[in-house]
Design a protein around this ligand. Structure first.
Ligand code: PMP
Length: 403
């Protein structure tokens, strides 16, 4: 019996290998056209035009310890309570996490005063941006975003067959009139990051309201507030009031920035119930893992830690702006946990030269040429010693005194 089985397996194998051996390049070429019976799988039209998203570098050849200021991660790291909660999950990895993220929604609801039924949690706010595209845009539709907006808007739009429409900004700031002028009958979603990454500029609450009021009702406005927690002042609410007062606005938030949990991939959104119910149908059943849920809930509740991270950021934002401007480097945006100085287009002093100089000192910042900003560098505000190092290095690079 075993012998018989072995013989038949062997003969099957030899049949398969003969088929492969006799397949000519011509056959393969025919099958690749997609018309032959042996056609290979082909991605949907347009998918191969999607550019790869490149994250910030984290290592440099020849440098052991680097100063990584390339991904807008938190300077102070996560709350100690989040780390304890994270460790606590280790004893229960056998169980699926709560697919409804109830404890995390409760924490968000308690801290922000929001209805938990109007919340959705995702594997990073990235996932939620993608869900919005999957739910509301498709082939033939248009998705509007600002010219220097977060790169994933265009990528997710293309992933569902929609066309991204990049709208010119005004002095690196979202321009409501230009956005409205770009809207067509095919527009389904408008993305505005507020503050915007990488420009660090902000649209006022009044301008956001004007945008929403002037957009057609069937267009979803996504206010991406990934950097909301770095904003001070009582006038800014991340888009919360707009979500509460309109049936078609979504506010997205993340635990990757001020909460220092980028590695765990957790984000959330506040939206009208009808939109939440739509997005909930599309997400994977256990999209946020157990460790992420536990750590994020604890991080959200540790308001004192968030406050320290805010204070640290504010202090270094002031120092960085002052230093760069004293070096005659133009900086427009002042929000977020990063700065975006513009370097002169003069040989030896360009953004590329500055980047190379900083790398020679073991400092990694972000080139933003792929955001259409070849003369700028985005520098995340890091820890005290990291900030001292990067400000000293940029000062030296510009030929100033490094004090
Ligand atoms: N929106 C903006 C404006 C961002 O800068 C980022 C992260 N770079 C995200 C969304 C996504 O963040 P995450 O998926 O880590 O929540």
């Amino acid at each position: 019996m075993a012998k018989q089985l072995e013989a038949s397996v062997l003969s099957m194998f030899s049949l398969i290998s003969t088929r492969h051996a006799t397949k000519t390049e011509q056959d393969l070429a025919t099958s690749n056209t997609g018309v032959g019976p042996m056609a290979l799988p082909q991605p949907r039209a347009g998918l191969m035009d999607i550019p790869f998203y490149e994250g910030g570098k984290s290592s440099l050849k020849g440098h052991g310890r680097v100063i990584k200021l390339s991904s807008n991660e938190s300077a102070l790291g996560p709350s100690p309570a989040a780390l304890i909660a994270y460790a606590g999950v280790a004893s229960n990895l056998v169980r699926y996490p709560d697919g409804n993220a109830a404890a995390l929604k409760d924490a968000i609801s308690d801290v922000h005063g929001l209805d938990p039924d109007q919340l959705i949690c995702g594997a990073g706010s990235d996932e939620i941006l993608c869900l919005v595209c999957r739910a509301y845009a498709g082939s033939g539709d248009e998705v509007v975003h600002t010219a220097h907006g977060f790169l994933m808007y265009g990528i997710y739009a293309r992933s569902v067959g929609a066309t991204p429409v990049a709208v010119a900004e005004n002095n690196l700031t979202a321009d409501v009139d230009a956005i409205l002028a770009a809207v067509t009958d095919a527009t389904k979603i408008v993305f505005v990051a507020n503050p915007n990454n990488p420009t660090g500029t902000v649209l006022s609450g009044a301008e956001l309201v004007r945008l929403r009021e002037s957009l057609r009702e069937d267009i979803v406005l996504v206010v991406d507030s990934a950097y909301a927690e770095f904003m001070g002042g009582s006038c800014y609410d991340g888009g919360q009031a707009l979500v509460e007062s309109t049936p078609n606005t979504v506010m997205t938030r993340t635990f990757s920035k001020i909460y220092g949990l980028a590695s765990l991939r957790v984000g959330w959104a506040f939206a009208p119930r009808s939109i939440i119910e739509t997005l909930e149908r599309l997400r994977s059943p256990f999209n946020v893992n157990g460790a992420a849920l536990a750590a994020a809930s604890a991080a959200m509740r540790d308001v004192a830690h968030t406050r320290s991270a805010f204070d640290h950021n504010l202090r270094w934002m002031g120092a960085a702006l002052q230093r760069f401007r004293s070096l005659d480097l133009d900086v427009v945006g002042e929000a977020g946990n990063f700065v975006l100085p513009k370097f002169p287009n003069v040989p030896g002093k360009t953004a590329a030269d500055a980047d190379a100089f900083l790398q020679s000192k073991g400092i990694i910042v972000r080139r933003v040429a792929n955001y259409g900003l070849p003369d700028h560098l985005r520098i995340t505000l890091g820890e005290d010693d990291e900030m001292e190092a990067v400000l000293t290095a940029v000062t030296k690079f510009m030929g100033g005194d490094d004090g």
